[in-house]
Design a protein around this ligand. Sequence first.
Ligand code: GDP
Ligand code: MN
Length: 390
Amino acid sequence: MKVHEYQAKEVLTQFGVATQGGYVATTVEDAVAGAKKLQANGASLFVVKAQIHAGGRGKGGGVKLARSIEEVRERSEAMLGMMLKTHQTGPEGQKVKKILITDGVDIVKEYYLGITLDRSRNMNVIMASTEGGVEIEKVAEETPELIHKVWIDPTIGIQGYQARQIAFALGFQGDLFKQCVGFVLKLYKAYEETDCSLAEINPLVTTKDGKLMALDGKINFDDNALFRHKDLAEMRDTDEEDPLEVEASEFHLNYIKLDGNVGCMVNGAGLAMGTMDIIKIAGGEPANFLDVGGSANPQTVEAGFRIILKDPNVKAILINVFGGIVRCDRVALGVVEAAKNVNINIPLIVRLQGTNAEEGQEILKNSGLKIETAILLKEAAEKVTHALAA
Ligand code: GDP
Ligand code: MN
Protein backbone atom coordinates (compact mmCIF):
# COMPACT_ATOMS: atom_id res chain seq x y z
CA MET A 1 0.00 0.00 0.00
CA LYS A 2 1.33 3.38 -0.98
CA VAL A 3 0.81 6.45 1.19
CA HIS A 4 1.32 10.16 0.69
CA GLU A 5 4.48 12.04 1.62
CA TYR A 6 2.75 13.77 4.55
CA GLN A 7 1.65 10.40 5.94
CA ALA A 8 5.11 8.90 5.47
CA LYS A 9 6.55 11.86 7.39
CA GLU A 10 4.02 11.35 10.20
CA VAL A 11 5.16 7.75 10.54
CA LEU A 12 8.85 8.65 10.32
CA THR A 13 8.43 11.38 12.95
CA GLN A 14 6.97 8.81 15.34
CA PHE A 15 10.27 6.94 15.06
CA GLY A 16 12.32 10.06 15.64
CA VAL A 17 13.46 10.45 12.03
CA ALA A 18 14.29 14.13 11.46
CA THR A 19 12.07 15.96 8.98
CA GLN A 20 10.61 19.45 8.68
CA GLY A 21 7.19 20.33 10.06
CA GLY A 22 4.18 20.91 7.86
CA TYR A 23 0.43 21.03 7.37
CA VAL A 24 -1.66 19.16 4.85
CA ALA A 25 -4.51 21.06 3.17
CA THR A 26 -7.34 20.42 0.75
CA THR A 27 -8.30 24.10 0.38
CA VAL A 28 -6.34 27.29 -0.26
CA GLU A 29 -7.58 28.73 3.06
CA ASP A 30 -6.24 25.75 5.01
CA ALA A 31 -2.94 26.00 3.16
CA VAL A 32 -2.63 29.68 4.07
CA ALA A 33 -3.59 28.95 7.69
CA GLY A 34 -0.89 26.26 7.79
CA ALA A 35 1.73 28.62 6.39
CA LYS A 36 0.77 31.25 9.01
CA LYS A 37 1.36 28.70 11.78
CA LEU A 38 4.77 27.85 10.31
CA GLN A 39 5.51 31.57 10.09
CA ALA A 40 4.58 32.04 13.75
CA ASN A 41 7.22 29.40 14.49
CA GLY A 42 9.85 31.38 12.61
CA ALA A 43 9.56 30.11 9.03
CA SER A 44 10.16 32.64 6.27
CA LEU A 45 10.42 30.23 3.35
CA PHE A 46 7.68 27.70 2.53
CA VAL A 47 7.27 24.81 0.14
CA VAL A 48 3.93 23.90 -1.43
CA LYS A 49 3.94 20.21 -2.35
CA ALA A 50 1.34 18.24 -4.31
CA GLN A 51 0.34 15.04 -2.49
CA ILE A 52 -0.14 12.31 -5.09
CA HIS A 53 1.01 8.70 -5.07
CA ALA A 54 3.68 9.29 -7.68
CA GLY A 55 7.23 10.50 -7.60
CA GLY A 56 8.93 13.06 -9.80
CA ARG A 57 6.57 15.79 -8.60
CA GLY A 58 9.31 18.40 -8.54
CA LYS A 59 10.01 18.12 -12.27
CA GLY A 60 6.31 18.09 -13.10
CA GLY A 61 5.62 21.34 -11.24
CA GLY A 62 4.25 19.77 -8.06
CA VAL A 63 6.86 21.22 -5.67
CA LYS A 64 7.06 25.02 -5.44
CA LEU A 65 8.92 27.33 -3.12
CA ALA A 66 7.02 30.32 -1.71
CA ARG A 67 8.64 33.31 -0.03
CA SER A 68 5.56 34.85 1.53
CA ILE A 69 2.07 33.96 2.70
CA GLU A 70 0.75 35.62 -0.47
CA GLU A 71 2.94 33.34 -2.58
CA VAL A 72 1.71 30.31 -0.64
CA ARG A 73 -1.82 31.39 -1.58
CA GLU A 74 -0.94 31.76 -5.27
CA ARG A 75 0.96 28.46 -5.44
CA SER A 76 -1.81 26.60 -3.61
CA GLU A 77 -4.48 28.03 -5.89
CA ALA A 78 -2.52 26.92 -8.93
CA MET A 79 -1.73 23.47 -7.55
CA LEU A 80 -5.00 22.32 -6.00
CA GLY A 81 -7.06 20.66 -8.72
CA MET A 82 -4.30 20.63 -11.31
CA MET A 83 -3.59 17.47 -13.34
CA LEU A 84 -0.02 16.76 -12.33
CA LYS A 85 2.00 14.82 -14.89
CA THR A 86 5.18 13.04 -13.83
CA HIS A 87 7.10 10.08 -15.24
CA GLN A 88 5.21 7.90 -12.77
CA THR A 89 1.64 9.05 -13.57
CA GLY A 90 -0.27 8.13 -16.70
CA PRO A 91 -0.12 10.54 -19.65
CA GLU A 92 -3.27 12.30 -18.43
CA GLY A 93 -1.67 12.96 -15.04
CA GLN A 94 -3.07 12.69 -11.55
CA LYS A 95 -5.46 15.23 -10.03
CA VAL A 96 -4.02 17.07 -7.03
CA LYS A 97 -6.54 16.98 -4.18
CA LYS A 98 -4.20 17.57 -1.25
CA ILE A 99 -1.14 19.71 -0.77
CA LEU A 100 1.47 19.82 1.95
CA ILE A 101 2.79 23.15 3.20
CA THR A 102 6.21 22.77 4.80
CA ASP A 103 9.06 24.86 6.14
CA GLY A 104 11.40 25.74 3.32
CA VAL A 105 14.84 24.39 4.07
CA ASP A 106 18.16 25.97 3.11
CA ILE A 107 19.80 23.00 1.41
CA VAL A 108 23.57 22.49 1.40
CA LYS A 109 23.56 19.09 -0.33
CA GLU A 110 21.03 16.44 -1.36
CA TYR A 111 21.60 12.74 -0.67
CA TYR A 112 19.63 9.55 -1.28
CA LEU A 113 18.78 6.93 1.34
CA GLY A 114 16.43 4.00 0.79
CA ILE A 115 15.58 0.65 2.33
CA THR A 116 13.85 -2.20 0.57
CA LEU A 117 13.79 -5.98 0.41
CA ASP A 118 16.40 -7.66 -1.75
CA ARG A 119 14.54 -10.82 -2.72
CA SER A 120 17.55 -12.44 -4.36
CA ARG A 121 19.49 -12.32 -1.06
CA ASN A 122 16.55 -12.75 1.33
CA MET A 123 17.74 -9.65 3.14
CA ASN A 124 16.83 -6.03 3.51
CA VAL A 125 19.14 -3.67 1.69
CA ILE A 126 19.99 -0.10 2.60
CA MET A 127 20.99 1.99 -0.40
CA ALA A 128 22.71 5.33 -0.06
CA SER A 129 24.14 7.82 -2.49
CA THR A 130 25.73 11.25 -2.46
CA GLU A 131 23.91 11.87 -5.75
CA GLY A 132 20.46 12.39 -4.25
CA GLY A 133 17.68 14.61 -5.57
CA VAL A 134 15.50 14.32 -8.58
CA GLU A 135 17.82 12.27 -10.82
CA ILE A 136 18.33 9.12 -8.75
CA GLU A 137 16.91 6.79 -11.44
CA LYS A 138 19.51 8.16 -13.85
CA VAL A 139 22.27 7.56 -11.29
CA ALA A 140 21.12 3.97 -10.77
CA GLU A 141 21.19 3.37 -14.51
CA GLU A 142 24.31 5.20 -15.60
CA THR A 143 26.60 5.19 -12.56
CA PRO A 144 25.38 2.38 -10.29
CA GLU A 145 28.75 2.38 -8.49
CA LEU A 146 27.66 5.64 -6.86
CA ILE A 147 24.93 3.80 -4.97
CA HIS A 148 26.34 2.12 -1.87
CA LYS A 149 24.56 -0.92 -0.51
CA VAL A 150 24.56 -2.56 2.89
CA TRP A 151 22.57 -5.75 3.41
CA ILE A 152 20.84 -6.39 6.73
CA ASP A 153 20.15 -9.93 7.88
CA PRO A 154 16.58 -9.74 9.23
CA THR A 155 17.25 -12.45 11.82
CA ILE A 156 20.03 -10.35 13.37
CA GLY A 157 18.76 -6.85 12.65
CA ILE A 158 20.78 -3.77 11.88
CA GLN A 159 24.13 -3.40 13.65
CA GLY A 160 25.77 -0.12 14.59
CA TYR A 161 28.72 -0.69 12.27
CA GLN A 162 26.35 -1.03 9.32
CA ALA A 163 24.84 2.39 9.99
CA ARG A 164 28.40 3.75 10.27
CA GLN A 165 29.26 2.18 6.89
CA ILE A 166 26.45 4.20 5.35
CA ALA A 167 27.49 7.45 7.07
CA PHE A 168 31.05 6.83 5.90
CA ALA A 169 29.98 6.09 2.33
CA LEU A 170 28.11 9.39 2.27
CA GLY A 171 31.29 11.21 3.35
CA PHE A 172 30.01 12.61 6.64
CA GLN A 173 32.30 13.68 9.46
CA GLY A 174 31.93 14.93 13.01
CA ASP A 175 28.44 15.80 14.14
CA LEU A 176 26.83 15.05 10.76
CA PHE A 177 28.37 11.56 10.88
CA LYS A 178 26.66 11.00 14.25
CA GLN A 179 23.37 12.42 12.96
CA CYS A 180 23.54 10.14 9.93
CA VAL A 181 24.17 7.01 12.03
CA GLY A 182 21.15 7.89 14.19
CA PHE A 183 19.07 8.65 11.10
CA VAL A 184 19.84 5.30 9.47
CA LEU A 185 19.10 3.34 12.67
CA LYS A 186 15.77 5.14 13.19
CA LEU A 187 14.74 4.78 9.56
CA TYR A 188 15.53 1.08 9.67
CA LYS A 189 13.50 0.68 12.86
CA ALA A 190 10.56 2.46 11.21
CA TYR A 191 10.91 0.26 8.12
CA GLU A 192 10.98 -2.94 10.13
CA GLU A 193 8.34 -2.18 12.77
CA THR A 194 5.74 -0.89 10.32
CA ASP A 195 6.36 -3.75 7.85
CA CYS A 196 7.42 -1.56 4.96
CA SER A 197 8.36 -2.94 1.60
CA LEU A 198 10.03 0.39 0.81
CA ALA A 199 11.16 3.40 2.83
CA GLU A 200 12.88 5.99 0.72
CA ILE A 201 14.25 9.41 1.56
CA ASN A 202 15.08 11.42 -1.53
CA PRO A 203 16.42 13.89 -0.86
CA LEU A 204 18.02 13.49 2.51
CA VAL A 205 19.60 16.90 3.00
CA THR A 206 22.17 18.74 5.02
CA THR A 207 21.12 22.27 5.94
CA LYS A 208 22.96 25.57 6.42
CA ASP A 209 22.58 25.21 10.20
CA GLY A 210 24.28 21.80 10.24
CA LYS A 211 21.26 19.50 10.37
CA LEU A 212 20.54 16.31 8.50
CA MET A 213 16.86 15.76 7.63
CA ALA A 214 14.38 14.05 5.33
CA LEU A 215 12.97 16.55 2.84
CA ASP A 216 10.85 13.94 1.09
CA GLY A 217 9.57 10.58 2.28
CA LYS A 218 8.15 7.67 0.36
CA ILE A 219 6.83 4.61 2.14
CA ASN A 220 5.12 1.48 0.84
CA PHE A 221 3.60 -0.89 3.38
CA ASP A 222 3.43 -4.63 2.80
CA ASP A 223 -0.30 -5.33 2.20
CA ASN A 224 0.03 -8.76 3.76
CA ALA A 225 1.07 -7.24 7.08
CA LEU A 226 -1.56 -4.49 7.25
CA PHE A 227 -3.82 -6.65 9.41
CA ARG A 228 -1.50 -5.92 12.32
CA HIS A 229 -1.34 -2.18 11.65
CA LYS A 230 -4.93 -0.95 11.78
CA ASP A 231 -3.78 2.67 12.17
CA LEU A 232 -1.59 2.47 9.06
CA ALA A 233 -4.28 0.67 7.04
CA GLU A 234 -6.48 3.74 7.62
CA MET A 235 -3.99 5.84 5.68
CA ARG A 236 -5.14 4.22 2.44
CA ASP A 237 -6.26 6.82 -0.10
CA THR A 238 -8.41 5.06 -2.70
CA ASP A 239 -8.61 8.30 -4.73
CA GLU A 240 -5.05 7.55 -5.81
CA GLU A 241 -5.69 3.96 -6.88
CA ASP A 242 -7.09 2.47 -10.07
CA PRO A 243 -10.92 2.52 -9.58
CA LEU A 244 -11.26 -1.05 -10.90
CA GLU A 245 -8.64 -2.29 -8.46
CA VAL A 246 -10.47 -0.54 -5.61
CA GLU A 247 -13.76 -2.17 -6.61
CA ALA A 248 -12.07 -5.58 -6.84
CA SER A 249 -10.57 -5.22 -3.38
CA GLU A 250 -14.09 -4.66 -1.97
CA PHE A 251 -14.93 -8.19 -3.13
CA HIS A 252 -11.56 -9.53 -1.94
CA LEU A 253 -10.62 -10.19 -5.53
CA ASN A 254 -6.99 -9.97 -6.40
CA TYR A 255 -7.18 -7.82 -9.56
CA ILE A 256 -4.46 -5.97 -11.40
CA LYS A 257 -5.24 -4.10 -14.58
CA LEU A 258 -2.93 -4.63 -17.54
CA ASP A 259 -2.84 -3.28 -21.09
CA GLY A 260 -4.02 -6.22 -23.23
CA ASN A 261 -7.47 -7.23 -24.55
CA VAL A 262 -8.11 -10.71 -23.09
CA GLY A 263 -9.86 -10.47 -19.76
CA CYS A 264 -9.12 -13.43 -17.55
CA MET A 265 -10.69 -14.84 -14.43
CA VAL A 266 -8.82 -17.60 -12.67
CA ASN A 267 -8.79 -19.27 -9.26
CA GLY A 268 -5.36 -19.15 -7.69
CA ALA A 269 -2.52 -16.72 -8.27
CA GLY A 270 -0.15 -19.31 -9.76
CA LEU A 271 -2.75 -20.55 -12.20
CA ALA A 272 -3.59 -16.94 -13.08
CA MET A 273 0.04 -16.30 -13.98
CA GLY A 274 0.19 -19.53 -15.98
CA THR A 275 -2.99 -18.50 -17.79
CA MET A 276 -1.53 -15.14 -18.68
CA ASP A 277 1.57 -16.86 -20.06
CA ILE A 278 -0.45 -19.24 -22.20
CA ILE A 279 -2.60 -16.40 -23.54
CA LYS A 280 0.61 -14.69 -24.62
CA ILE A 281 1.99 -17.87 -26.17
CA ALA A 282 -1.25 -18.21 -28.16
CA GLY A 283 -0.68 -14.67 -29.46
CA GLY A 284 -3.03 -12.72 -27.17
CA GLU A 285 -2.37 -10.10 -24.52
CA PRO A 286 -3.93 -10.37 -21.05
CA ALA A 287 -6.03 -7.36 -20.02
CA ASN A 288 -5.74 -8.14 -16.36
CA PHE A 289 -4.64 -10.46 -13.65
CA LEU A 290 -7.66 -11.70 -11.66
CA ASP A 291 -7.48 -14.30 -8.97
CA VAL A 292 -10.97 -15.00 -7.61
CA GLY A 293 -9.42 -17.10 -4.86
CA GLY A 294 -10.39 -20.50 -3.58
CA SER A 295 -14.03 -19.58 -3.00
CA ALA A 296 -15.27 -18.87 -6.52
CA ASN A 297 -19.02 -18.46 -5.96
CA PRO A 298 -21.76 -16.75 -8.02
CA GLN A 299 -21.19 -13.41 -6.25
CA THR A 300 -17.44 -13.30 -6.76
CA VAL A 301 -17.74 -14.53 -10.35
CA GLU A 302 -20.33 -11.85 -11.08
CA ALA A 303 -18.18 -9.16 -9.47
CA GLY A 304 -15.26 -10.42 -11.53
CA PHE A 305 -17.28 -10.14 -14.75
CA ARG A 306 -18.41 -6.62 -13.93
CA ILE A 307 -14.88 -5.48 -13.25
CA ILE A 308 -13.39 -7.13 -16.32
CA LEU A 309 -16.11 -5.68 -18.56
CA LYS A 310 -15.59 -2.15 -17.27
CA ASP A 311 -12.22 -2.17 -19.00
CA PRO A 312 -13.05 -0.94 -22.54
CA ASN A 313 -10.00 -2.75 -23.97
CA VAL A 314 -11.40 -6.19 -23.20
CA LYS A 315 -12.47 -8.02 -26.39
CA ALA A 316 -12.78 -11.60 -25.06
CA ILE A 317 -12.87 -13.32 -21.69
CA LEU A 318 -11.17 -16.52 -20.63
CA ILE A 319 -12.27 -18.23 -17.44
CA ASN A 320 -9.89 -20.85 -16.17
CA VAL A 321 -10.88 -22.67 -13.00
CA PHE A 322 -9.27 -25.67 -11.48
CA GLY A 323 -11.69 -27.41 -9.14
CA GLY A 324 -9.77 -28.55 -6.14
CA ILE A 325 -11.74 -27.55 -3.10
CA VAL A 326 -14.09 -25.48 -5.20
CA ARG A 327 -16.46 -27.59 -7.31
CA CYS A 328 -16.65 -26.91 -11.06
CA ASP A 329 -20.44 -27.33 -11.16
CA ARG A 330 -20.79 -24.52 -8.59
CA VAL A 331 -18.48 -22.32 -10.61
CA ALA A 332 -20.47 -23.12 -13.77
CA LEU A 333 -23.68 -22.12 -11.98
CA GLY A 334 -21.95 -18.93 -10.92
CA VAL A 335 -20.91 -18.20 -14.50
CA VAL A 336 -24.42 -18.83 -15.82
CA GLU A 337 -26.02 -16.67 -13.14
CA ALA A 338 -23.52 -13.88 -13.61
CA ALA A 339 -23.91 -14.02 -17.40
CA LYS A 340 -27.64 -13.47 -16.93
CA ASN A 341 -27.12 -10.41 -14.70
CA VAL A 342 -24.22 -8.88 -16.56
CA ASN A 343 -24.55 -8.21 -20.24
CA ILE A 344 -21.65 -10.05 -21.86
CA ASN A 345 -21.52 -9.24 -25.55
CA ILE A 346 -18.00 -10.48 -26.24
CA PRO A 347 -16.75 -14.06 -26.67
CA LEU A 348 -16.55 -16.05 -23.46
CA ILE A 349 -14.39 -19.14 -23.23
CA VAL A 350 -14.59 -21.29 -20.13
CA ARG A 351 -12.19 -23.99 -19.12
CA LEU A 352 -13.13 -26.09 -16.12
CA GLN A 353 -10.97 -28.90 -14.80
CA GLY A 354 -11.00 -30.97 -11.65
CA THR A 355 -13.78 -31.80 -9.24
CA ASN A 356 -17.14 -32.16 -11.03
CA ALA A 357 -15.71 -30.72 -14.25
CA GLU A 358 -18.06 -32.77 -16.43
CA GLU A 359 -21.15 -31.62 -14.52
CA GLY A 360 -19.85 -28.08 -14.92
CA GLN A 361 -19.43 -28.46 -18.68
CA GLU A 362 -22.96 -29.88 -18.88
CA ILE A 363 -24.41 -26.87 -17.04
CA LEU A 364 -22.66 -24.46 -19.40
CA LYS A 365 -23.79 -26.39 -22.49
CA ASN A 366 -27.42 -26.45 -21.38
CA SER A 367 -27.48 -22.81 -20.28
CA GLY A 368 -28.40 -21.48 -23.71
CA LEU A 369 -25.63 -18.93 -23.33
CA LYS A 370 -23.01 -18.41 -26.01
CA ILE A 371 -20.12 -19.94 -24.15
CA GLU A 372 -17.27 -21.90 -25.64
CA THR A 373 -15.75 -24.53 -23.46
CA ALA A 374 -12.37 -26.18 -23.48
CA ILE A 375 -10.64 -29.02 -21.70
CA LEU A 376 -7.01 -28.13 -22.26
CA LEU A 377 -5.65 -24.77 -21.28
CA LYS A 378 -3.79 -24.47 -24.58
CA GLU A 379 -7.04 -25.14 -26.43
CA ALA A 380 -8.80 -22.48 -24.36
CA ALA A 381 -6.13 -19.89 -25.10
CA GLU A 382 -6.24 -20.68 -28.81
CA LYS A 383 -10.02 -20.35 -28.83
CA VAL A 384 -9.65 -16.90 -27.27
CA THR A 385 -7.15 -15.65 -29.81
CA HIS A 386 -9.26 -17.18 -32.57
CA ALA A 387 -12.31 -15.34 -31.23
CA LEU A 388 -10.33 -12.09 -31.20
CA ALA A 389 -9.36 -12.54 -34.83
CA ALA A 390 -12.94 -13.34 -35.90
P1 GDP B 1 9.70 14.69 -5.79
O1 GDP B 1 10.16 15.45 -7.00
O2 GDP B 1 8.31 14.14 -5.97
O3 GDP B 1 10.67 13.64 -5.39
O4 GDP B 1 9.59 15.76 -4.59
P2 GDP B 1 10.67 16.22 -3.50
O5 GDP B 1 9.99 16.43 -2.23
O6 GDP B 1 11.84 15.30 -3.48
O7 GDP B 1 11.15 17.63 -4.03
C1 GDP B 1 11.83 17.79 -5.26
C2 GDP B 1 12.95 18.79 -5.14
O8 GDP B 1 12.46 20.04 -4.71
C3 GDP B 1 14.00 18.41 -4.10
O9 GDP B 1 14.97 17.51 -4.62
C4 GDP B 1 14.59 19.76 -3.78
O10 GDP B 1 15.60 20.10 -4.69
C5 GDP B 1 13.42 20.72 -3.95
N1 GDP B 1 12.91 21.07 -2.61
C6 GDP B 1 11.97 20.42 -1.91
N2 GDP B 1 11.82 20.99 -0.69
C7 GDP B 1 12.69 22.00 -0.63
C8 GDP B 1 13.03 22.98 0.37
O11 GDP B 1 12.51 23.00 1.48
N3 GDP B 1 13.99 23.89 0.05
C9 GDP B 1 14.61 23.90 -1.16
N4 GDP B 1 15.55 24.82 -1.39
N5 GDP B 1 14.33 23.01 -2.13
C10 GDP B 1 13.39 22.07 -1.87
MN1 MN C 1 11.82 13.17 -3.81
